[in-house]
Design a protein around this ligand. Structure first.
Ligand code: DQA
Length: 146
């Protein structure tokens, strides 16, 4: 039987990680984080499929495709976290576990970041641990999938 895959989804501006506000998001690049997640997943018996987009519709299309192709979703929606009811609805139509992931702790930042429209349709959230959050998210996903 083929190994399950988990969709790792990144929203807007996260392609700039490494050079974008490093005092908040660190100096590791998006590729570095994808490698961390992939290596952790490999050790736990599943694969990571990665998509990053700056466009809301492309993220929604990826979530729809995950309904057929992926056992779970780990999503850092970037600023769409705080506003996109369309991403909320797409995630609500996904049957498997969903982990909301943030590098920073949005609750400790500006007031407008304290609302997440993704949290209500997520199994759980991991925030504020920087790049270590990728390993933590994969570990949590592994538990949810067994
Ligand atoms: C973020 C937090 C969001 O508020 C912000 O818009 C981002 C990154 C994080 O990973 O900490 O783009 O999702």
């Amino acid at each position: 039987m083929s190994r399950p895959t988990v969709l790792l989804l990144h929203g807007p501006n996260l392609n700039l990680l490494g050079s974008r506000e490093p005092e908040i998001y660190g100096t590791a690049t998006l590729d570095d984080h994808v490698q961390t997640a992939s290596a952790s997943a490999e050790a736990r018996g599943f694969d990571i499929a990665h998509v990053q987009s700056n466009h809301e519709g492309a993220l929604i299309d990826a979530i729809h495709a995950a309904r057929q192709n992926h056992a779970g979703i780990i999503i850092n929606p970037g600023a769409f976290t705080h506003s996109s009811w369309a991403i909320h609805d797409a995630l609500a139509a996904f049957d498997g576990p969903i982990i909301e992931l943030h590098l920073s702790n949005p609750d400790a930042r500006e007031p407008w970041r304290r609302t997440s429209v993704v949290s209500p349709v997520s199994t759980g959230s991991i925030s504020g641990f920087g790049g270590d959050g990728y390993r933590l998210a994969v570990e949590a996903m592994a538990t949810l999938l067994t």
